[in-house]
Design a protein around this ligand. Structure first.
Ligand code: ADP
Length: 482
C-alpha cells in the first residue's frame, strides 16, 4: 500500500481524529463516572454516620453511653452488611468498633486509627488488604458538657472499583475496534470519492498530441473534481486549437513552397540541358540545382509529416504482407548497397500481415535501409528481419555501422535532428527521415525504437498490430545481395 497516497493519508487522519475524539469522550466519561459513584458512596456513609451520631446523642442525653454498642448493632448490624462503624472519644477511647462478621470481606480492627479533622464532617479513602479501598466518612458529635465524639462509617469501594474497571475494559476493546472500522470505512469512502480521479488519470495518460480531440470525463456532482476536470478540458481545447493552428501552418507553408520549387527545379534543369546555354553557365548551374533538390526534399518531408500528424485518411488502407513489402523494397535498393559494397541480408516469415497504407510503409523500409546503408562504411553489413511476435508484426533493420551516441539516441526521431550536422548534410540528409518513419508508424498504431552501440552498429525496430485474420506465417525466406 502506498502510504503517501491521498487515500491512505485521508483515511489515517479520519481514523485518528475519530479515535482521539472517542478517547477523549471515554476519559471524560470515566472521570464523571468515578466522581458520581464515589460521591454516592460517600453521601451514604455520611448519612449513616449522622444517624449513628444522632443515636449516640440521644443515649448520652439519657446518660446511657454504655448502651451505644448494642443499640448500633441492633439497628444497623454493620458486620452483617459488610460495613464499618467506629465511635471514638477525643481522648482516644474507642466507644464502639463494629465486630468482624464471618461474611465480612475486611477486618475492622485493621483499619487505621481515627482521624480527627477540623471540620464537623470529613471523608477519606483508606486502603484495605489486597489493593482494595474503603470509603470512610466521619461525623463529629459535640456534647453540651464539652465532650466530642467521632462517629466513622465506612464501606468497601469494591463495586465502584469494579464498575470503573469494566468501563476501562470496554474502552480498551471499543477504541481499537472503532479505530480499525474508521480506517477501513474512511479508506472506502475516500476511495469512492476519488474514483473519478483514477478515470481522469487513465484518460489523461492516453491523450497525446495526436489524440487531442479526446476529453477528460467530467463527474457531474458539482465538487472540486468537476471544476478541475472542466478547467483541464478547457486547457486541452486551447492546446488542440494551438496544435491544429501550427500543423495547418506547416502544411500550408510546405504546400505553398512546393510549386515554386518545382518550377525552379524544372527551369534549372531545362537550362542545364539546353545545348544553347553557354558551357560555363551549365557548369555553375549544378550546385544551385542540387540545393533546390534538397529544399524540395525537405518540403516534401515536412508536407508528409504534417499530413500524417493531422491524421488525414490515407488514400489506400488495405491488409498487406509486411515481409513481402520489405523484401521487394530491399530488392529495389540493392544497387545502392552494391555501390557501397554493403552486404544486405533479408530474412522474414512470409505472411506477416498488417493493415495500412503500403506506399507509406514502403517509405518506412526505404528510410531505415537508406540510413543503414548511408551510415555503414563499405564492407559492412545490414540485416532486415520481419517476423510475427506476441501478436505484433516486427520489422528490424540492423547494421554494423558507426552507431549512434547514447546522448543522441532519444532525439533521432525528432524533426531536423542530425547527430553530425556536417556529415549528414554531405550525405544529403536533412534530419527528417526518421521523423517521417515515426509519424507513419504512429498513424498505423505502431511504434518505432532505436538501439545502438557506438562503433558496432545500430538497430531500428518497428512494431505494428498484426492483422488477426491474416494467413499463418510459415515460409522462411533468406536473401543475400552484394
Ligand atoms: P538524415 O536524413 O539526416 O539521415 P534521419 O532522420 O534519417 O535524418 O536520421 C537522423 C540522424 O540519426 C542522422 O543524421 C544520423 O546521424 C542518425 N542515424 C539514423 N540512422 C542511423 C544509422 N543506421 N546509423 C547511425 N546513425 C544513424
Amino acid at each position: 500500500m502506498n502510504t503517501r497516497s491521498l487515500k491512505f493519508q485521508l483515511s489515517v487522519w479520519y481514523a485518528s481524529l475519530l479515535t482521539a475524539g472517542l478517547a477523549l469522550l471515554g476519559i471524560i466519561t470515566y472521570v464523571a463516572l468515578e466522581r458520581s459513584l464515589t460521591g454516592a458512596l460517600k453521601e451514604n456513609q455520611f448519612r449513616r454516620a449522622r444517624q449513628v451520631s444522632q443515636l449516640l446523642s440521644e443515649l448520652l442525653d439519657k446518660r446511657n453511653a454504655n448502651a451505644a454498642g448494642p443499640e448500633i448493632e441492633a439497628r444497623y448490624a454493620p458486620g452483617l452488611n459488610d460495613r464499618f462503624v467506629r465511635v471514638s472519644r477525643r481522648d482516644g477511647a474507642v466507644i464502639y468498633l463494629s465486630p468482624r462478621h464471618e461474611s465480612q470481606t475486611f477486618s475492622p480492627a485493621a483499619i487505621g486509627p481515627p482521624a480527627w479533622a477540623d471540620k464537623a464532617e470529613s471523608a477519606r479513602v483508606v486502603p484495605l488488604e489486597g489493593g482494595r479501598k474503603m470509603m470512610l466518612a466521619g461525623h463529629v458529635l459535640q456534647t453540651a458538657n464539652g465532650e466530642s465524639y467521632l462517629v466513622e462509617s465506612g464501606a468497601p469501594m469494591d463495586t465502584v472499583q469494579s464498575d470503573l474497571r469494566h468501563w476501562l475494559f470496554f474502552l480498551g476493546i471499543m477504541l481499537p475496534t472503532i479505530a480499525a472500522l474508521g480506517l477501513a470505512g474512511g479508506y472506502l469512502l475516500v476511495k469512492r470519492a476519488l474514483l473519478p480521479v483514477d478515470k481522469i488519470a487513465a484518460t489523461a495518460e492516453r491523450i497525446s498530441s495526436h489524440t487531442l480531440s479526446e476529453r477528460l470525463p467530467v463527474p457531474q456532482n458539482g465538487d472540486e473534481i468537476e471544476r478541475l476536470t472542466t478547467a483541464l478540458n478547457h486547457m486541452i481545447d486551447r492546446l488542440d486549437a494551438a496544435f491544429q493552428h501550427s500543423r495547418r501552418f506547416v502544411a500550408d507553408a510546405s504546400h505553398e513552397l512546393r510549386t515554386p520549387l518545382t518550377t525552379l527545379r524544372g527551369e534549372l534543369e531545362t537550362l542545364l540541358r539546353d545545348p544553347r546555354s553557354p558551357r560555363e553557365w551549365r557548369e555553375q548551374l549544378g550546385s544551385p540545382l542540387e540545393e533546390v533538390e534538397r529544399l524540395a526534399q525537405i518540403v516534401e518531408g515536412l508536407f508528409a509529416i504534417s499530413r500524417l500528424d493531422a491524421g488525414e485518411a490515407a488514400a489506400e488502407w488495405v491488409p498487406f504482407d509486411l515481409a513481402q513489402l520489405a523484401i521487394s523494397t530491399a530488392d529495389q535498393m540493392a544497387l545502392l548497397a552494391e555501390d557501397k559494397q554493403i552486404h544486405v541480408t533479408c530474412t522474414g516469415s512470409i505472411g506477416v500481415w498488417v493493415q495500412g497504407d503500403r506506399a507509406r510503409m514502403r517509405q518506412v523500409v526505404v528510410n531505415l535501409l537508406d540510413n543503414a546503408i548511408k551510415y555503414t562504411p563499405p564492407g559492412g553489413s545490414v540485416t532486415l528481419t520481419v517476423r510475427a511476435q506476441d501478436a505484433k508484426a516486427v520489422l528490424e533493420v540492423a547494421d554494423t555501422g558507426m552507431g549512434i551516441p547514447s546522448h543522441a539516441l532519444p532525439k533521432v526521431f525528432e524533426r531536423f535532428f542530425r547527430v553530425d550536422k556536417a556529415r549528414s548534410r554531405d550525405e544529403g540528409g536533412a534530419g527528417l527521415g526518421l521523423a517521417i518513419v515515426k509519424s507513419i508508424c504512429t498513424a498505423h498504431e505502431g511504434r518505432v525504437e532505436a538501439n545502438s552501440k557506438p562503433g558496432y552498429g545500430s538497430q531500428f525496430r518497428v512494431e505494428l498490430p498484426l492483422v488477426p485474420a491474416a494467413p499463418k506465417s510459415q515460409t522462411l525466406v533468406s536473401k543475400n545481395e552484394h
